[in-house]
Design a protein around this ligand. Structure first.
Ligand SMILES: NC(=O)C1=CN([C@@H]2O[C@H](COP(=O)(O)OP(=O)(O)OC[C@H]3O[C@@H](n4cnc5c(N)ncnc54)[C@H](O)[C@@H]3O)[C@@H](O)[C@H]2O)C=CC1
Ligand SMILES: O=C(O)[C@@H]1CCC=N1
Length: 292
């Protein structure tokens, strides 16, 4: 896509999008980041040679797509800043939010009437152009604007369009999902060390195994059940391992973990509202949670 993109929030996910877009050939001159941390801004300039500003109004000038990539509790401050910027009507600026748990209706209420908003739940494999992004249009987003957002996110991975009511569940599976696999690999490396492997060898074995399993899952056309059966010989080594996973309640743990994730996502908007009203929304000020 050739449109100018402004990313507000150059943290982990803002950088992942930036890196993915540059990696997919988007010219640096068509990208700008609004980032309020001076230290973070310096890192982004050094690593990507892009323009970074602390001024949201400056960043969004001339941008067709404004991507919000701040923590949920910073969204209201960003919306306040955006609502007083000039939207050049001819540009039809689209607000694309990557923020977990905040519905499009909240953006629509804060931005000028009829502003198109598209909600996206990406994940960090965006850094290597292997993102899974789910997209939900807000009520004023046209088909063309949704298609533009799909193209934006397709530059960094796979995209699906879902109704917004599914976003909490999507967050529990793909948004937070990479962390579950990182935890699993971490545990496998420790287990390999406990079995006598060196840490570098255990790490090489575990990382390539999860990568190979992922490629098989996405490219073989076989289901996880079929692929697992193909590894599992009767009375063999894998069957012994899987029996222990089942005994320890792996499926139950996955159900409980994803339910907890979806619940937190669903409660985010309310939490931000309560915290915002008790502290007063501070535009441009760093909150405690962002410093963590
Ligand atoms: N980390 C992840 O795997 C995923 C994160 N998300 C969502 O992405 C959003 C960002 O998450 P992270 O990148 O992990 O957080 P982060 O804390 O790494 O990045 C947020 C950045 O926004 C900057 N910022 C805050 N307010 C600002 C303002 N008013 N103007 C300019 N910059 C401002 C902060 O200085 C910080 O660098 C969150 O809403 C999260 O729900 C969505 C999917 C995956
Ligand atoms: O942990 C979080 O809140 C964010 C949203 C999805 C992934 N990371």
């Amino acid at each position: 896509m050739t449109e100018r993109v402004a990313i507000i929030g150059g943290g982990k996910i803002g950088e992942a999008l930036l890196a993915g877009l540059i990696g997919s050939g988007k010219p640096v001159k068509d990208l700008v980041v609004a980032e309020r941390s001076a230290e973070r801004s310096a890192e982004l300039v050094a690593d990507y040679g892009i323009r970074v500003t602390s001024d949201i109004a400056d960043a969004v000038e001339g941008a067709r797509v404004v991507v919000i990539a701040v923590k949920p509790d910073a969204v209201d401050g960003v919306l306040q800043a955006l609502s007083v910027t000039d939207d050049d009507g001819e540009l039809e600026r689209i607000t694309v939010t990557l923020v977990a748990g905040i519905p499009t209706s909240r953006y629509e209420a804060a931005l000028p009437a009829g502003s198109p908003v598209v909600r996206v739940m990406p994940n960090t494999p965006m850094l290597v152009n292997e993102a899974m992004s789910a997209i939900s249009p807000g009520r004023y987003a046209s088909e063309e604007q949704v298609a533009l957002t799909v193209r934006l996110m397709e530059a960094v991975g796979k995209v699906t369009v879902v109704p917004e009511k599914l976003m909490d569940a999507v967050t529990a599976i793909s948004g937070s999902g990479p962390a579950y696999f990182f935890l699993m690999v971490e545990a496998m490396i420790d287990a390999g060390v406990a079995l006598g492997l060196t840490r570098p060898l255990a790490s090489e074995l575990a990382v390539q195994t999860v990568k190979g399993a992922g490629v098989l899952l996405s490219e073989s056309g076989l289901s996880p059940v079929e692929l697992r059966a193909a590894v599992t010989s009767p009375a063999g080594t894998t069957a012994a391992a899987l029996k222990e996973f089942e005994r320890a309640g792996l499926r139950h743990a996955v159900n409980e973990a994803t339910a907890a994730c979806a619940e937190i996502s669903a409660k985010t908007a309310r939490r931000v509202e309560v915290e915002g009203s008790s502290q007063g929304v501070q535009v441009g000020a760093e909150t405690a949670s962002e410093q963590q």
